[in-house]
Design a protein around this ligand. Sequence first.
Ligand code: PLP
Length: 490
Amino acid sequence: MAANQAEAPILEALARYADADGLGFTPPGHKQARGADPRARAVLGDAVFYGDVLANGGLDDRLTRGRVLERAENLMAHAVHADHTYFSTCGSSLSVKAAMLAVTSPGHRLLVGRDAHKSVVAGLILSGVEPVWVEPQWDTSRHLAHPPSAAGYAKAFAEHPDADGALVTSPTPYGAAADLRSIADVCHRLGKPLIVDEAWGAHLPFHDDLPSWAMDAGADICVTSIHKMGSGLEQGSVFHLQGDLIDPAELASRADLLGTTSPNVLIYAGIDAWRRQMVQHGHELLGEALELAARTRTAVEAVGGFHVNDAKDFCGPDLAHDFDPLPVVMDIGELGTTGYRAADWLRAHHHIDAHLFDHRRISAQLTHADDEQTTTRLLAALRDLADHTTELRDVPQVAVPSPAELRMDQARQPRDAYFAQHTKVPTAEAVGRIAAEMITPYPPGIPVALPGERLTEPVLKYLVAGVEAGMFLPDAADQRLNTVRVVEEH
Ligand SMILES: Cc1ncc(COP(=O)(O)O)c(C=O)c1O
């Protein structure tokens, strides 16, 4: 049956529930806002509570006979050319783990780009899957990692032919995209599935001028956050499947193992609404966003001390394959300050939050929600920042180690090291010890150190200098990094 993309089954079911004046003697206990604290209602608005209904036995009946979720998932699959789509209310952090567990199993190997997000590493720890790390393509002059090449995956498969499949992150949070078609070809020549962590690529299917997306490039499973570049609510994530290398029921079962039994219908509604919006208006909305991004990039480049990274900087042999211009990545090294300090200043003085920030960059993520008004405000703030750099220069410098120095030996498997007896040692004494924890600058969330890696002096010095300069390490047991959690060795 032809898909009617004008429908939005979840939104429509919510509207029907409201029209019918549905009355639940079920969770959620606020019962359509009536029991919510009036102070919460004043801040959140009652619409939040009205839309927060039980999925089965509220939105749909107890046996899901209305096929509300299934119909919404099918429409999404149709929109992005997938065979199956699954909605998740637990972020891509869940989706990526479900994908990994459908492709491989405990004790088996999976090829993983070392620029993977911490949720992938969490998946390795929880499952006992052994990573075969594939090196990103390093831009050594910019201290930036782009996705690994197809040749990198081919080499890793040649060295580990028993690996069950591969995982690549594309686009990166910086907007750099991998050559997905070639990586999928490498995998499929060997009959192995490819997972693409496309958390940053929800918008890619809906405009030709954006990098190609995983399903069109032939990937088997693709994970996408609808809340990042899309207009869904936080935690809204989908994963798509195509081809016959992975059993759809098994993938659903893996997600069921990890997910909540109380999915938030508001999050489902946000995903459903995004799909319809994009199918009907995505080309126009994203076309406008791309034009706005081009104008904004030119204007930022003209601000003294700012350099906007574009395709010329990111793409080329041994660099990224393609590039998404919506994350506007700004190199502010010339201003003599750090991205951390600049981000704090923008928030304090202009109530503007930058997205990524590191020792020399900040980024402003643009989406179809932006317009001249928002970018004018951004530009005014950036010009003001450039005018105030003398007061921002008093910052600790962060020397980033070379790519070779950043890579540490995986002395034990992530799971073994994470669950091993561990102890806390002063950071200076952690050199040569095996990490028992993840240490991840956030954003972007790519672990610098992960359980099982033998810690080295350059990496620890870099992290300590980073913390001094304002780097945030949310997952380290000691976020100030005075101590590090290491494996007890006898
Ligand atoms: C590459 C990548 N994958 C997965 C995730 C996890 O996504 P979520 O925040 O939707 O759980 C993130 C989050 O930043 C990410 O950057």
